[in-house]
Design a protein. Structure first.
Length: 325
């Protein structure tokens, strides 16, 4: 069950104003918690709990691999996905990637402004614009074809690489049943639980790697999400090796490492350096690639003003002019 691209955009606009207000309030609460309680385990608890809520809020879609995927075709060339972690519609595509056990090259395109169509120093937004002739996320490049919008992309993926597969019950409920419409409406609200700029929403200056990194994990894993957020904000390209529950790649992974611990990162740019676990991976990424603040002081004013312009705060004159009934 798919809706048109125009309907998808309308749904996003319907929730944008309310989501923006809640986003600002919740972000302020998180910042206050960090300032008032500078205790590491509190930060860790907030990270894990909020990441888990995002997964649970989608009824654990993106956790299981569809039945029959072994009998489906695989892409001839590496799929390329232009997206960013804090984009709700991008999440729907990553859920399908896990369900179909597809590996994909992620080219992160986090925001540089509150507006989503701004290009300043972005690493891959210009490439996305050149490839697709317009700036819209998510954007999938499959061989020579370009697809926009989560519904169009997912329809293509299921037709091309999942025609003989049956989705897991949770993926069916979220993506194919009448619940789809409800799940799509509140999809944007899930971003509220991970609202800070460095949580995959805004870009952080970083050193560009010569080769993409490799990440093993799956969309519905909260710990993999914490790593994807860091990769997204740092604009680091990486190949997402989907290893949802039921994936045949889990057997290969176990035979090689003797255990299954996700997420797992390999950096070919550092002689094959590898890390298990989100905390160690994110620490490695910061030490190796981070070059500045997520929101440079020169950009904070413009971001705040753009966000504030979406929230109407009544002035004294507005209140004065209110007539009692």
């Amino acid at each position: 069950m798919w809706v048109s691209l125009s309907e998808e955009i309308i749904c996003e606009k319907m929730v944008l104003t309310l989501m923006t207000q809640l986003l600002v309030v919740w972000a302020g609460m998180l910042y206050s918690m960090i300032l008032i309680f500078p205790i590491p385990f509190i930060h860790r608890a907030v990270d894990v709990v909020t990441a888990y809520i995002v997964t649970a809020g989608r009824l654990f879609s993106g956790v299981f691999v569809a039945q029959g995927v072994k009998n489906c075709k695989r892409p001839k060339k590496t799929l390329k996905l232009y997206e960013y972690e804090a984009c709700g519609q991008c999440k729907k595509v990553r859920e399908t990637m896990t369900a179909l056990d597809l590996d994909v090259l992620i080219l992160p395109c986090p925001r540089e402004s509150w507006r989503d169509n701004v290009i300043r120093a972005s690493r891959y937004r210009k490439d996305a614009l050149d490839a697709g002739k317009r700036l819209q996320f998510p954007m999938l490049v499959d061989d020579e074809s370009v697809y926009f919008g989560s519904n169009n992309i997912n329809a293509h993926l299921w037709k091309a690489y999942g025609d003989k597969a049956s989705p897991h019950i949770w993926d069916y409920i979220v993506h194919f049943s009448p619940v789809y419409y409800v799940a799509s409406l509140y999809l944007g609200f899930l971003t509220i639980f991970r609202p800070l700029p460095e949580m995959g929403m805004f870009r952080t200056p970083s050193d560009k790697p010569k080769k993409p990194l490799d990440l093993w994990g799956y969309e519905g894993d909260p710990f993999t999400k914490l790593v994807r957020e860091r990769l997204s904000t740092l604009e680091l390209p990486y190949i997402m090796h989907s290893m949802g529950k039921g994936s045949t790649k889990r057997d290969e992974f176990f035979q090689k490492h003797g255990h299954i611990e996700l997420p797992y990162l390999v950096d070919a740019n550092a002689g094959g350096a590898d890390c298990f676990g989100d905390e160690r991976i994110n620490d490695y990424l910061d030490r190796t690639y981070r070059m500045g603040l997520t929101l440079h002081p020169s950009l904070v004013k413009s971001v705040v003003s753009e966000a504030s312009s979406k929230i109407h705060i009544p002035s004294p004159s507005d209140i004065k002019n209110i007539k009692p009934e």
